[in-house]
Design a protein around this ligand. Structure first.
Ligand SMILES: Cc1cc2nc3c(=O)[nH]c(=O)nc-3n(C[C@H](O)[C@H](O)[C@H](O)COP(=O)(O)OP(=O)(O)OC[C@H]3O[C@@H](n4cnc5c(N)ncnc54)[C@H](O)[C@@H]3O)c2cc1C
Length: 480
C-alpha cells in the first residue's frame, strides 16, 4: 500500500517538475517570438485530438502562431528543445493524424486565417493555411469563381489541413482531389527553412516538384502557412438524381450508362441502413419504395436538351428494371435536401460510436469488393450493423461498423481491429488502398504495408529525414 502511495507521490512530483520544465521552455518562446500559448486543461484536450474517438489526447501545450515568421521561431525552438510538434487545422481528420498523444506541442494554424489575394486573371486565390474550407468556397463564389473540393466537414476543416491530407470529397470525379488545385505553397520545414513552392506557375519544369511532396504529407515534413489555390469556373445550376436499386452490379451499371453521355459532378452510394439512420433525423426519404442500395448522381444543367437526355436515360434504366425507383431535384433547394441523405450519414450515426474505415479499389471492382467484404462481415460478425456509403464514382468506400449496445467500447474496438486485418488483406488482394482519402495517421500506420511496399516506405522515411532531421514534426504518424 505505502509503495503505491510513494510511487504516486513520485509520479506527481515528476509531473510537477515536468510542468515547471515545460513552462520554462514555453516562456522563452513566448518572450522571444511573442507566440500565444495555451496550457489549460480544456485547451489541451480540445486541440489534442481530431474527429477520431479511440485515442486519449495528451498535449503539453497549444501554440497559436499568427505569422510564418512565428512558425519559423517555433520550429527553431522545437529543434533546440527537442520538442515534438503536431500541426493542427480544423481537427476534422479521421485518421488521428492531428492527435497529440505523447506530450507534443500542438501548433494550431487557426489564427492564420486571412484570405490574402485574389488574382482574377490567373484564377487563383492566395490564403493563409488556417482559412476554413467553406469560407474559401464562399469567397470564391462571391468573386465569380468556384473552389470545387467539397465535403461534409467543410464548415470546420481548414485549407492547410485539406492540403496536408490531400482531401477528396464529393466532386472528385469531375474536379479531382485537392492536389489538382494547389498552385503554390509556403511551407516551414522541420529544419526551419521557408520554402516558397511553385509560385502559381502553370508550367515549371525545373526539377523535382517539392510542392507535391507536402500534399498529403500529414504534417510530417513541414508546416504549411500559405496556400495558393487555382479556382474553377462557377458551374451552372446543379441537378441531383437519387435512384434506388436492389442489385450491387446495378450501381456501376447506372454509373456507366450516365457517364457514357454526360459529365457527372458526383456519384455517391449509400445503403438502406444508412437511409434508416438519416431519415430518423428528420431528413425526408427520397421516395416511398424501399431499396437495398441508393445512388446520388449530380450533373450540371448545361441546357434543357442536356437535362432532358439525362431524364431519358433515367427512364430507360427504370424500364429495364436496373433502377427500381428514383427522383430528380426540381430546384437548388430540393437538390440540397437530397444531398442531406448522403452528407448527414456521419452525423446521424455518430451516437452509435462507429468504427470507421475508408478504402478504395479500382472503380470497376467496387461491387465485387463490396459483395465479398460484406459477406465476410455477415459471416464472422452477424451482430454488427454495418453502414456502407461512399464516393463510388472514384472507387472510394466508407465502411462504418456501428457499436452494438451490448458490447463495451474497448471490446468493440478490439473486434473491429480484427476486421481491419481481414479487410486490409482483401484490399491487398484487390490491389486497392487501405486509405482512400482520410490518410494514415495513427489509425492505419500498422497496415501501411498492405498498400505500399517495403522499398516505398523506406524511401518515405528517407524523405522525412531530409525535411525533418530531428523528427520534430508529427513523429509517429504514417510510420514510426
Ligand atoms: C463529417 C466528415 C466528413 C468528411 N468527409 C471527407 C471527405 O469526403 N473527403 C475527405 O478527404 N475527407 C473527409 N473528411 C476528413 C477531413 O475533413 C479531411 O481530412 C480534412 O482535409 C482535414 O482537414 P483539417 O483542417 O480538419 O485537418 P486536421 O484534422 O486538423 O489535420 C489533418 C492532418 O493535417 C495536418 N495539418 C493540418 N494543418 C496543417 C498545416 N497547416 N500544415 C501541415 N500539416 C497540417 C495535421 O497534422 C494532420 O496530420 C471528413 C471528416 C468529417 C468529420
Amino acid at each position: 500500500m505505502s509503495l503505491v502511495f510513494l510511487a504516486d507521490i513520485s509520479y506527481h512530483a515528476q509531473m510537477a517538475n515536468q510542468d515547471i520544465e515545460n513552462s520554462k521552455k514555453f516562456e522563452s518562446l513566448s518572450k522571444s517570438a511573442n507566440v500565444e500559448i495555451l496550457t489549460d486543461a480544456d485547451s489541451l484536450k480540445t486541440y489534442g485530438k481530431d474527429w477520431t474517438k479511440h485515442y486519449t489526447p495528451k498535449a503539453s501545450a497549444v501554440f497559436l502562431p499568427k505569422t510564418t515568421e512565428q512558425v519559423v521561431e517555433i520550429v527553431k525552438w522545437a529543434r533546440q528543445t527537442k520538442t515534438a510538434l503536431v500541426p493542427s487545422g480544423g481537427r476534422t481528420g479521421l485518421s488521428a493524424a492531428a492527435y497529440a498523444t505523447n506530450n507534443e506541442v500542438v501548433v494550431s494554424l487557426q489564427k492564420m486565417n486571412r484570405i490574402l489575394e485574389l488574382d482574377a486573371f490567373d484564377q487563383t486565390v492566395r490564403c493563409e493555411s488556417g482559412v476554413v474550407t467553406e469560407h474559401l468556397q464562399k469567397y470564391a463564389l462571391e468573386n465569380g469563381f468556384f473552389y470545387p473540393v467539397d465535403f461534409a466537414a467543410r464548415g470546420s476543416s481548414q485549407i492547410g489541413g485539406n492540403v496536408a491530407t490531400n482531401a477528396g470529397g464529393i466532386k472528385v470525379i469531375r474536379y479531382g482531389l485537392t492536389r489538382q488545385w494547389v498552385a503554390g505553397l509556403k511551407v516551414v520545414t522541420g529544419r526551419g527553412d521557408v520554402l516558397n513552392l511553385n509560385k502559381s506557375l502553370v508550367k515549371n519544369a525545373t526539377g523535382y516538384d517539392l510542392r507535391q511532396l507536402f500534399i498529403g504529407s500529414e504534417g510530417t515534413l513541414g508546416i504549411i502557412t500559405e496556400v495558393t489555390l487555382s479556382l474553377a469556373k462557377k458551374p451552372k445550376e446543379l441537378v441531383v438524381f437519387v435512384m434506388g436499386t436492389n442489385e450491387l452490379d446495378s450501381i456501376m451499371q447506372i454509373y456507366k450508362r450516365f457517364k457514357s453521355e454526360m459529365t457527372l459532378i458526383a456519384y455517391e452510394m449509400f445503403t438502406d441502413i444508412a437511409l434508416k439512420y438519416v431519415s430518423a433525423q428528420n431528413v425526408a426519404r427520397p421516395f416511398a419504395t424501399d431499396c437495398k442500395y441508393y445512388v446520388l448522381l449530380e450533373l450540371e444543367h448545361e441546357s434543357d436538351a442536356y437535362l432532358e437526355r439525362a431524364t431519358e436515360i433515367f427512364s430507360e434504366l427504370l424500364e429495364a428494371g436496373v433502377v427500381i425507383d428514383g427522383t430528380i431535384s426540381q430546384s437548388p433547394k430540393q437538390a440540397a435536401e437530397l444531398w442531406k441523405l448522403r452528407e448527414n450519414i456521419t452525423e446521424a450515426t455518430s451516437h452509435k460510436q462507429p468504427y470507421k474505415n475508408d478504402v478504395s479499389v479500382r472503380v470497376s471492382r467496387v461491387p465485387e469488393f463490396l459483395s465479398e467484404m460484406s459477406a465476410t462481415l455477415k459471416r464472422e460478425h452477424p451482430s454488427f450493423e454495418v453502414v456502407w456509403f461512399g464516393h463510388v464514382g472514384d472507387g472510394n468506400l466508407h465502411i462504418n461498423i456501428l457499436k452494438p449496445d451490448d458490447i463495451a467500447g474497448p471490446q468493440f474496438v478490439e473486434k473491429c481491429k480484427k476486421v481491419d486485418e481481414v479487410m486490409f488483406k482483401m484490399i491487398e488482394k484487390f490491389e486497392g488502398s487501405i486509405s482512400a482519402e482520410h490518410g494514415v495517421g495513427l489509425v492505419k500506420k500498422a497496415f501501411l504495408h498492405h498498400t505500399r511496399d517495403k522499398a516505398e516506405i523506406e524511401i518515405m522515411r528517407d524523405i522525412k529525414r531530409v525535411f525533418d532531421p530531428d523528427r520534430i514534426l508529427n513523429p509517429g504518424k504514417i510510420f514510426d
